[in-house]
Design a protein around this ligand. Structure first.
Ligand code: NAI
Length: 287
């Protein structure tokens, strides 16, 4: 995507939004970031600084590059700051009502030729696009966590998405040094559609007593060459996040591969959510 001097907007400066803003700015794009409160914007800036400090320490970037990246990002609480943006990526909380309302409000602010991309993992991009004045210019741009490190981006084509919007987002993802794949708007898109049944199978195998959590992860790492075992991965993603996503996919499709194994619900009820609660499958739970 040609950089015509107009900024890229990022709405929602949380875990993903602040990371996406870092990626965009590091690639040379000017970024305008919007969240509802300065507390959220400051927390996001702290995350960015921590990440970039680590990159400097590891010799990946210079201090000057760190400063240039941060210098390309302006922050604010008003959507009006996005009036000039050529592309806006929304990464607000994963709630349909919040996103639909936001898309409607962005419709009154954005330039007529702006593209609106959503980073949603589990909501219908097609359902979101209908709230925009021009649904042809809406698509998914699904980054993986952490966006600074994960090279894949799914460009999600909603039923209404125009070809030029897809093309714009493919080129934009490439400008970030990411590898885009274009996928249709179906529950889980591509990667999570394949991942969710796998993780559900793993949890059921663990609950059936096939192996301890540690052995199960070791078997997959050493037997399949995966960099991380599936239960370690679940703890990292968040047991609650996976339960929410696979339940949504099951509700949308009634495909039994997405049906959450009962242990997942029990884990969430016991607050064993993984890294975020300090206890999950691999942090003291049942090893
Ligand atoms: P988060 O909870 O860390 O951040 C959400 C941010 O949105 C918060 O800073 C919140 O203040 C802000 N926000 C809420 N309502 C807003 C509004 N109306 N206008 C502006 N800002 C608003 O959430 P996270 O994890 O960053 O997720 C954001 C999106 O990214 C979700 O759609 C999620 O499904 C998706 N996603 C998350 C991944 C993850 O691993 N966390 C991976 C890929 C996608």
């Amino acid at each position: 995507m040609a950089d015509d001097g107009r900024p890229v907007g990022v709405v929602g400066f949380g875990a993903m939004g602040s990371g996406i803003a870092t990626v965009c700015a590091a690639a040379g794009h000017t970024v305008v970031a919007v969240d509802t409160t300065w507390a959220a914007l400051d927390a996001g800036l702290r995350r960015q600084r921590d990440f970039l400090a680590g990159s400097v320490e590891r010799g990946k970037i210079t201090e000057a590059e760190r400063d240039a990246t941060l210098g390309r990002i302006t922050r604010g609480t008003e959507l009006a700051a996005l009036a000039d943006a050529r592309l806006v990526i929304e990464a607000v909380v994963e709630r349909a009502d919040v996103k639909h309302e936001l898309v409607g409000r962005l419709g009154t602010v954005l330039a007529h030729d702006a593209v609106l991309a959503t980073n949603t993992s589990a909501l219908s991009v097609t359902g979101l696009a209908r709230h925009a004045p021009d649904p042809e210019r809406v698509a998914g741009l699904h980054f993986f966590n952490p966006p600074q490190l994960m090279p894949l981006v799914e460009v999600v084509r909603a039923l209404q998405t125009g070809d030029s919007t897809v093309q714009t987002l493919v080129e934009f993802a490439e400008s970030l040094g990411k590898r885009p794949v274009v996928v249709p708007d179906r529950p889980g898109f591509l990667v999570n559609r394949l991942l969710m049944p796998y993780l559900n199978d793993v949890v059921q195998a663990y609950d059936d007593g096939l192996a301890s959590a540690a052995d199960l992860d070791t078997a997959i790492r050493l037997g399949l060459g995966h960099p991380m075992g599936p239960l370690e991965l679940l703890d990292l993603i968040g047991v609650d996040v996976h339960l929410h996503a696979t339940t949504a996919a099951y509700d949308a499709t009634r495909d039994p591969r997405f049906a959450p194994p009962p242990l997942l619900t029990r884990m969430v009820e016991a607050d064993r959510l993984g890294a975020k609660s300090g206890r999950g499958f691999r942090e003291g739970a049942g090893e």
